[in-house]
Ligand binder design. Structure first.
Ligand code: CA
Length: 242
């Protein structure tokens, strides 16, 4: 039943590579999405503003203007989720895009499952942020085996209370708030240590490691926090129960 709610979503694909575009189009149609396509950045920006799709899939390498410029032009006025598509190994470009307001990224080549999952996470996240503001809700939030209670400042993993340091708690709070989305090191530093702090990736890794050890001590709780190599971290959000 939940899948039906995505059927009216319109996805704009900005991609100049025909085989990739055809693959994406076939996958989206097969999964019930409606589709708009643009093969240049300029046409993509124009369609984004004229049709306001629910999500934009943006190739970073376009023939006319750079994908980053397309992202900037969209972000001037619109908060529509933008998922950037870039070659594997081009981590710097992905980090730049995320920091410029992209919601997520896909590495070429990607499979149909990954494509659909990313689009659904972005749509879900966008709807959630519009309906509830950006704060973590007062109600406890369940993410897989984790129960996060922001009001009581309590965390349970697989039913067992986990004691977190203030920084670990704030890291988890941000991961839960943005669950399913990739968060860059710079994003986490700004949210957890405060804006303007130098981005010390090693420091983030150390706290993430202790947080993981506490959350994933039970074998049922493995791989809750996913590492996105060269980019940041993502809290798994595909547990099946929403
Ligand atoms: Ca391209």
């Amino acid at each position: 039943m939940r899948d039906d709610s995505w059927n009216t979503s319109v996805v704009l694909v900005i991609e100049d590579d025909r085989p990739v575009l055809n693959f994406i189009a076939a996958t989206l149609k097969a999964n019930g999405f409606r589709l708009l396509t643009a093969e240049t950045g300029t046409a993509g920006v124009a369609l984004t503003y004229s049709k306001t799709p629910d999500v934009v899939l943006l190739d970073l390498g376009l023939p006319d203007i750079d994908g980053m410029e397309v992202l900037r032009r969209i972000r001037e006025e619109l908060e529509i989720p933008v998922i950037v598509v870039s070659a594997r190994g081009n981590e710097r470009a992905k980090v730049d895009a995320l920091e410029a307001g992209a919601d997520d990224y896909l590495s070429k080549p990607f499979g149909t499952g990954e494509l659909i999952a990313r689009i659904r996470v972005s749509l879900r996240h966008y709807r959630r942020s519009r309906s509830a503001g950006s704060a973590v809700s007062a109600e406890p939030i369940r993410v897989g085996p984790i129960l996060f209670d922001g009001q009581r400042r309590e965390v349970h993993s697989n039913g067992t209370r986990v004691h977190l340091t203030p920084i670990e708690f704030r890291l988890l709070e941000e991961l839960v708030r943005e669950r399913g989305k990739v968060l860059t090191h710079a994003h986490l530093v700004a949210r957890v240590w405060g804006p303007g702090q130098p981005v010390d990736r090693h420091n983030v890794r150390v706290f993430m490691a202790t947080l993981r050890r506490k959350l994933e001590s039970s074998p049922d709780c493995q791989r809750i926090i996913l590492t996105e190599v060269g980019i940041g971290y993502r809290l798994r959000d595909d547990w099946g129960s929403g």
